[in-house]
Design a protein around this ligand. Structure first.
Ligand code: N2P
Length: 348
């Protein structure tokens, strides 16, 4: 055999080995790239989706809306699915960053409670499908805090110095401070924002840490007395440590909605819609809600939850408590004011 022919044969063999190893050439599996909050799904449902539809899911996590938005805006990612909160969804709609979702491909959308449809951030339900919802509140350890907890002001009480955990999330931490002061958590007013900044600066020496998902281990382990948390995480922590209790303070708080969207970076819109429909399947929505602790907007999934969960006011609060809450709005150009405050508070 001539040398060159041998070389060609060897090369052909090498290419076919590589192709068979990567699964190319034959049945290539689609990869669906999902970008979601940390601790925000039951991984077993991902495995179930991959098996059922012969699709590989690449799953990444973020800690805040701002982190997720910056990554998508930078343009180097190719995610197919994101699960942001309402104010970030609004911003992404306005900036033409999202695909419209064809609800004809989401037959399980019928299980989503009407209460979670036609909300201000996506008034015609064109871009988002509800995933979870909840509130922001104070989680406290009843063995360390003996007085009644009903006001954000307790997070400024020197008695609890270095026993307070704040959220490392600018909208949430500035938002609850604005509520403590009696202002709207969507304010763009310079004086009100300055008052909030001063309050956060004053609070800083009392704060043990500004935390993300680590709040769960810390509060379950009794490392702090009080923490600002999301209701779903509160459900999870209360289950792990019965000394913990959750309250939405009397001054009011934030009610939020996290929904599934398809960014324009997606090359797999059909599979992304298949995934969204899968998430809306009652059994799947139930599994997720039961595992992560967050409230589900899926009417059938709620019915499957244990009675003590369905009746727990932390996850399913009474209407009068929600009436005290405000939903975050996209701040557009005024976001830089919040950004500056947060950088200053953290840097001090
Ligand atoms: C889960 C974060 C939930 C976000 N770790 C609440 N909007």
């Amino acid at each position: 055999m001539k040398k060159s022919l041998k070389a060609i044969l060897a090369l052909t063999l090498a290419i076919s080995v590589v192709l068979s190893m990567t699964g190319c050439g034959g049945e290539q599996r689609t990869q669906l790239k999902v970008y979601n909050w940390g601790d925000y799904i039951d991984q077993s449902v991902i495995t179930e989706f991959e098996k059922r539809y012969n699709i590989d899911v690449i799953y990444d996590e973020f800690a805040t809306n701002e982190e997720m938005y910056a990554k998508i805006k930078a343009g180097a990612s190719d995610y197919d699915i994101l699960i942001p909160s309402e104010y970030t969804i609004k911003r992404m709609i306005d900036e033409d960053m999202l695909h419209k979702i064809d609800l004809n491909n989401i037959p399980n959308y019928k299980y989503i409670d009407d209460k979670f449809k036609n909300l201000a951030f996506d008034p015609s339900n064109e871009y988002s499908v509800p995933y979870t919802w909840g509130t922001v509140g104070i989680l406290y350890n009843k063995t360390m805090v003996k007085e009644p907890v009903n006001s954000w002001k307790i997070l400024w009480d020197e008695k609890y110095s270095k026993q307070i955990l704040m959220m490392d999330s600018l909208r949430d931490s500035i938002g609850i401070t604005l509520k403590m002061l009696g202002y709207s958590l969507n304010t763009k007013d310079d004086k009100e924002l300055n008052d909030a900044k001063e309050a956060l600066m004053k609070q800083k020496p009392l704060v043990l840490a500004y935390v993300g998902d680590e709040v769960k281990d810390k509060m379950i382990g009794g490392e702090a007395a009080l923490a600002v948390v999301w209701s779903g995480d509160a459900m999870y922590m209360k289950r792990e440590n019965p000394d913990l209790e959750y309250v939405v303070p009397k001054e009011g708080s934030n009610m939020w909605f996290d929904s599934v969207v398809i960014p324009k970076t997606s090359q797999h819109k059909k599979e992304a819609e298949l995934f969204i429909n899968f998430l809306c399947e009652p059994e799947i929505a139930y599994k997720i809600a039961n595992y992560i602790g967050y409230s589900t907007p899926n009417t059938e999934a709620v019915k499957m939850l244990p009675e003590e969960v369905r009746n727990d006011k932390t996850a399913y609060p009474p209407d009068e408590e929600l009436a005290r809450c405000e939903v975050f709005e996209d701040l557009a150009d005024s976001l830089v004011k919040y950004d500056r405050i947060w950088t200053e508070v953290k840097a001090q």
